[in-house]
Design a protein. Sequence first.
Length: 349
Amino acid sequence: VRRCGPPGNVFAITMPDLPLPPPHLPERQGLQAMLRHLGVALVVAMLLGGSAAALAADAGAHAVAGGGWPWWAWPLALFAACFLMGIVAVPAGIGGGTLFVPIVGGFFPFHLDFVRGAGLLVALASALSAGPMLLRGGLGSLRLALPLAVLASASSIGGAMLGLAMPAHVVQILLGGVVLAIVVLMATARKSEFPEVPRPDALSQALALHGVFVDGASGRQVPWQVHRTVPGLLTFLGIGVLAGMFGIGAGWANVPALNLLMGAPLKVSAGTSGLVLSFVDSSAAWIYINRGAVLPIIAVPSVVGMMLGARIGARLLNVLKGSAVRRLVIATLLFAGARALLKGSGVWP
């Protein structure tokens, strides 16, 4: 123990260097990974087995509108479709739920309520898997995400209750309109990597909505701050309603609101959007679970397929051209949005 500074001020305690704990042996790491994978496989098998038994018992009483396909064919087709959606979603920079709900709701014989419930779980799983990495890298700001997530989570609960109370064909028409609006936004929205915020507003200063992140491309530290905080909070109220009502991940709206409206850097906007989604989707998902609108036989293949596809999409991110993938996503959403409009209006059943 030694004294620092003038007498009677501060004491500093120095400790000898302690030996670091021995690293895990490769065999032990392999065993732990195998046990984790085995546990996940058991949980998935239990969920699929219970759902399969329920569907098999109900197969004689209710015919599935699928041209006589066996019950197990639809989960396999759903897994394959979500696997492809996960590969495309990551290079395109959008959430998997944005593709999942219009495509599955338009081309699979599932009720839209079940599709929206599974869509929230798909978006939630993607956001939770990316959250820790975003926080460690400084790309996600928890201080910025919390006030936005509180308002968006509250409004998403109301949006989920409103969506479940509305007729399915009305939700289909509204979903088609929202998807087409997303297409317009993706095609016309500009992106500013480092927007200029000359002066933060009073609410931003009171909430300390600022920070510093390290730009991986240039290796330099970039300080950032935001403004227009009140319009941003009101915007996220509306985003939460849309996320809960349609069961789609609202990353397509979060990033422009944070980047273009509030002035956060593009990478911080994308990272913080993932943190906001983890709060918003979990709040809305509880409403669907409580109403019985989440079927494991739909949700489990969707989440597993999307997560596996996203791993491949992340590796292809440095190889594929983002502009080409973006055009593919715009064309897919344009077709899916038109399909949802026609299906809701009864023109294309």
